[in-house]
Design a protein. Structure first.
Length: 228
């Protein structure tokens, strides 16, 4: 099992092979989907976004959070250390196919047969429209070639909740902000200085101290609850 982490570059690479939709839509199987291919199976209820488009930052923050479920499978599938680029390629493959734990190319790579693995990853190329993506994943995993330029297709949602009118947008700034938003919030200790009983107006100073500490704690808790 490996221990690679999801970082900005990894998340951007995976997203570049997908598309984003800010309000919930029905996919080809009539499953409610939102953001970057997220369904209720991700653990996040996407039906709350029916007819309720969200900010790009929120869409990406939840996407980054949901990636961890797929990353766990990737870590468990590999027995040999992966570079950041290899991890990104494998995560993209799994996000698309869900097949990382049974993929023959992964088994060949773990066994040390790199050339065989390089050929076998292209066995997962149906439908034909996925060949370009699989080629980029292969080239990233085995040759270390990033393929993204920070852009992704964004779709609007029709009255029948189908994705329509795609256009290319850049998500770099918002994705970086999403990583900041998903950082765990650490409560910083507040230094409380004792108030001397001989100090003039001690009651007023004590009240001011309580208000200051309370404001700090409330602000921190609000930040922690901002995403969900």
């Amino acid at each position: 099992m490996i221990d690679n982490k999801i970082d900005y570059e990894v998340a951007l690479e995976v997203a570049s092979h997908e598309a984003i939709v800010r309000s919930a839509y029905k996919d080809v199987k009539n499953i409610w989907t939102w953001s970057i291919g997220l369904t209720n199976a991700s653990g996040h209820n996407v039906e709350r976004y029916i007819d309720k488009p969200q900010t790009l930052k929120h869409c990406l923050a939840v996407y980054v959070w949901a990636l961890e479920k797929y990353a766990k499978d990737v870590r468990e599938a590999f027995t040999k250390p992966l570079t950041q680029k290899q991890f990104a390629a494998a995560l993209s493959f799994h996000y698309n196919t869900g097949a990382i734990k049974r993929a023959t190319w992964v088994k060949s790579f773990n066994a040390g047969d790199i050339e065989k693995a390089r050929k076998e990853i292209m066995n997962y190329s149906k439908p034909a429209s996925i060949i370009a993506r699989r080629t980029k994943e292969r080239d990233l995993f085995f040759d270390g070639k990033w393929s993204n330029n920070g852009n992704i297709l964004e779709y609007q949602v029709s009255a029948t909740h189908k994705p329509v009118n795609p256009k290319s947008i850049n998500i770099e700034q918002e994705l970086k902000a999403a990583f900041v938003q998903n950082q765990p919030v650490i409560l910083q200790p507040v230094e409380i200085k004792p108030i001397s009983p001989t100090t003039s107006n001690p009651t007023g100073k004590l009240i001011a101290l309580v208000v200051a500490v309370g404001s700090t704690v409330l602000a921190t808790i609000g930040k922690a609850l901002g995403l969900f």
